[in-house]
Design a protein around this ligand. Structure first.
Ligand SMILES: NC(=O)CC[C@H](N)C(=O)O
Length: 382
């Protein structure tokens, strides 16, 4: 139960800022875009969210690792994030589900990570200058010069298609629903219980999205990001789901083309985060990179029709630009932090999407009912 913290580590940003700390992962050097996440819980879900590929995540909440890691909270098998930065990791973790300490988990998964740095100073830099390219070095022979050169050598996420890197190799079926507490038990759906056949494009999908579809009676088939629309349409789905995922949506031309074709066939379509951005692009809108993005679990978002405000979970660095919406796209939700666009709906075909995370893993459940809107869309179409 007791984690050993002894090796030194270094975090260097592209602007030359240097942070000295302690290694809480494996030895080595890792680069990526450094972003901050303000969630107070859910570090295991954050680490295993494929949307963090090529990003180094700083958690602003100061005590990370208190409950260790468990067997249920991973959003995918791998950690695609290229590093973790925290203030303080406790020497002892404690939770009835806890199986391993956070540092042991990071080492086993091959992740370079740093603790014991001033994460408030780091976050202020990211907020003022925008997300920075950065490098974490851990172990022996640390070199500030080498880390700075590595940070500055990172190409940055703009123009980077990472959905094709993190997607599944093969299509697979998913029938596991949400975990029930207590007792810890996962619901499953048999084929004859299923009400809707949903094909989910995997651009880096989080498991909790698939679980919430199953909870609502969907028989889900997850397909690789580059699956042609013709193959998806041949499966005669009641609905198509466009997943979250890492990187810039703009270079994902294969996805944009496939979504256009699905929309032409008027198949009910629902997108989350990267899937939302891709629906926007496939409908003729444009996306742009944000200064430091939204990463947290307390972001107020307003439903523009009902005026209702919901507290939501967010994790994105790009956004659909509301000023570029074509006539066939209606704005449905807006962020009350910075007025950026949070939701869109097609006016001519049954398709809509949300920028934040209704599966809220981690996060509040205020916007979870948006999954029911997808179900209603499939019901009306059937
Ligand atoms: N969580 C996501 O799907 C993120 C989408 C996209 N990679 C962005 O950063 O905006």
């Amino acid at each position: 139960m007791e984690a050993t913290l002894k090796k030194r580590a270094l975090l260097v940003l592209e602007d030359g800022s240097i942070f000295q700390g302690e290694s809480i992962g494996c030895d080595g050097k890792s680069i990526g875009e450094v972003v901050f996440n303000t969630s107070m819980s859910g570090y295991q879900e954050i680490l295993t969210d494929p949307s963090y590929a090529q990003q180094i995540v700083t958690l602003t909440y100061p005590h990370i690792g208190n409950v260790g890691v468990n067997e249920e909270d991973e959003e995918c098998d791998r950690i695609f994030s290229t590093g973790l930065v925290v203030k303080d990791v406790p020497r002892i973790y404690s939770n009835f589900r806890g199986k391993e300490s956070l540092p042991d988990y990071l080492s086993r998964k091959g992740i370079v990570a740093i603790a014991d740095i001033d994460t408030r100073r780091l976050t202020r830099i990211l907020r003022e200058k925008g997300a920075q390219r950065g490098c974490i070095m851990a172990g022996e022979n640390l070199s500030e010069e080498e880390a700075l050169a590595a940070a500055q050598g990172f190409a940055g996420l703009k123009g980077m298609d990472l959905a094709k890197e993190v997607t599944t190799d093969k299509a697979y079926g998913w029938n596991e629903g949400s975990w029930q507490l207590p007792p810890l038990e996962q619901l499953t759906l048999s084929a004859d219980q299923a009400k809707f056949k949903v094909v989910a494009y995997d651009y880096g999908v989080k498991r909790n999205i698939l679980r919430m579809l199953v909870d609502r009676g969907c028989d889900v088939t997850v397909v690789p990001a580059k699956t042609p629309a013709s193959e998806v349409l041949a499966m005669k789905p009641d609905g198509v789901f466009l997943s979250n995922g890492p990187g810039d949506p703009e270079p994902c031309d294969y996805a944009i083309d496939a979504i256009k074709e699905v929309l032409e066939h008027k198949v009910p379509t629902f997108g989350i985060c990267l899937g939302h951005q891709l629906l926007g692009l496939a409908s003729g809108a444009k996306t742009a990179k944000m200064k430091f993005g939204h990463h947290g679990a307390n972001h107020p978002v307003q439903d523009l029709e009902t005026q209702k405000v919901m507290i939501t979970s967010q994790n994105h660095g790009f956004a659909v630009d509301e000023a570029t919406l074509p006539e066939t796209l209606k704005a449905t939700h807006r962020s009350l932090f910075d007025d950026s666009l949070q939701g869109i709906e097609r006016t001519d075909v049954p398709a809509f999407s949300f920028q934040g995370h209704p599966e809220a893993s981690p996060g509040p459940h205020d916007i979870a009912p948006i999954f029911d809107k997808f179900i209603a869309l499939m019901e009306n179409q059937g």
